[in-house]
Design a protein around this ligand. Sequence first.
Ligand SMILES: Cc1cc2nc3c(=O)[nH]c(=O)nc-3n(C[C@H](O)[C@H](O)[C@H](O)COP(=O)(O)OP(=O)(O)OC[C@H]3O[C@@H](n4cnc5c(N)ncnc54)[C@H](O)[C@@H]3O)c2cc1C
Length: 495
Amino acid sequence: MSLALFRRVHHLSTTAWSRAAQLPRVAEKKFYAIKGDVLEQVLPAFCAVAGEDGVSLGTAVREQHGRDESVHSCRPPDVVVWPRSVEEVSALAKICHRHRLPIVPFGTGTGLEGGVGAVKGGVCFSLRKMDRVLDLHQEDFDVTVEPGVTRKALNSYLRDTGLWFPVDPGADASLCGMAATSASGTNAVRYGTMRENVLNLEVVLADGTVLHTAGEGRRPRKTSAGYNLTNLFVGSEGTLGVLTKATLRLYGIPELMVSTVCSFPSVQAAVDSTVQVLQAGIPIARIEFLDDVMMDACNRFSGLSYAVSPTLFLEFHGSEKSLEEQVTITEDITRGNGGSDFSWAQDAETRGQLWKARHDAWYAALALRPGCKAYATDVCVPISLLPHIIVETKKDLTENRLTGPIAGHVGDGNFHCLMVLDPDDPDEVQRVHQFTERLARRALSLNGTCTGEHGVGLGKRALLQEEVGPLAIDVMRRLKATLDPENLMNPGKIL
Ligand SMILES: Cc1cc2nc3c(=O)[nH]c(=O)nc-3n(C[C@H](O)[C@H](O)[C@H](O)COP(=O)(O)OP(=O)(O)OC[C@H]3O[C@@H](n4cnc5c(N)ncnc54)[C@H](O)[C@@H]3O)c2cc1C
């Protein structure tokens, strides 16, 4: 079909058309990874499935879908499609499969490891239009959502039900993006990560077939039926299939919540308190650590006046009676470790103000050096080893003249250095890169992981090999080859 006929038949919009008309020429300049003639063939098919407004070749659109919030450079896909249903995802995947085109799923683009970059070109499947909450079972504490529903949208939907979904990465990410990266956040110490909270997934595989990882429609709270396919796809970062539905656990909104902030004379004292609180069996809902540099940045950014020292932000959920007990024991433990300057908050507004410093940490770090970019490292170690690794890491930062305030989900042994760097300074970029590799290897030497929650993406593939060893990598490769023999699903990531 000629491009002229193609345009007439498919009523391409002027923008889409003008881009399509340029394809062969642009392809020669290696702007498009897909050859112009292939694109010419697949575009009508994409439009027939997703509608004309469900397909875009626009440069700005492709660039917007070729980057996340990381410092990895933008790798735009050749085309962006917006399917509206699992049937459309499947039909589009079949077209890609027939033409051997890479598929890169896109949630909200808040990832921190370059996961949405189309390193081999291909087709970005943006799941934004699939944003319905499908099945809520209040009495069973579960819900099924389409991939574009974000965590905040789900919690707004649940507002009047007395239920909530607690996994809370700092950004308002899509729930299937969160499943794809095995995300967690401040509530993980009590409610778990995405791994513990996904009951079933609907997945479109590379050849367009539709899989239900726990069986269609099933939503038991527990199962010992066969291999855990659900958890194979949690954390698969779009490399095994497109997640088109997730069935998630829900929790009752606690009767009461109380938060406090408390400062410590040393990192060791803050972490000792954390370990002792957990050992005492306190069902702490959140226990977050900020180092002195981070506290200083937060004070400046949010106009606060917290002590500039290692600090814990804590939150307790429960009934009045249980809170009384939790708070008394925790206060005893923290005072015993030199904790002071307690600020307490119970009503929602004051708690919101108190947590503001923690929630704004990313932006507070960025504000330390206006015009710079931030990169969040993400390691996780057995909790007792946290003081050791944090002290070593702070020394490393100082010796290498780097800005990297520390914030951590300390109850899980997980922490981030929010590296603030000038991306146009090659020397600094190199020093940050070397620092992050050293930090990850330090975590590995302490039997930890190179990523607690952000995923492997582009940047941590070599570290993953060091972490799990050649045999585990080989098993992963074979699993990938079984599910995606043509290596079409988000190629170049994880492995
Ligand atoms: C300020 C800030 C704070 C953050 N704090 C945290 C935190 O505390 N904890 C944490 O875990 N993360 C955190 N993140 C990182 C980010 O929010 C998470 O990684 C999130 O899970 C990404 O979801 P997304 O929808 O934006 O996915 P995207 O960025 O769109 O994609 C991420 C990866 O998942 C794949 N993917 C997306 N959707 C699908 C799908 N439907 N099917 C298959 N694969 C898919 C993509 O291909 C890509 O590989 C933070 C990010 C920012 C910017």
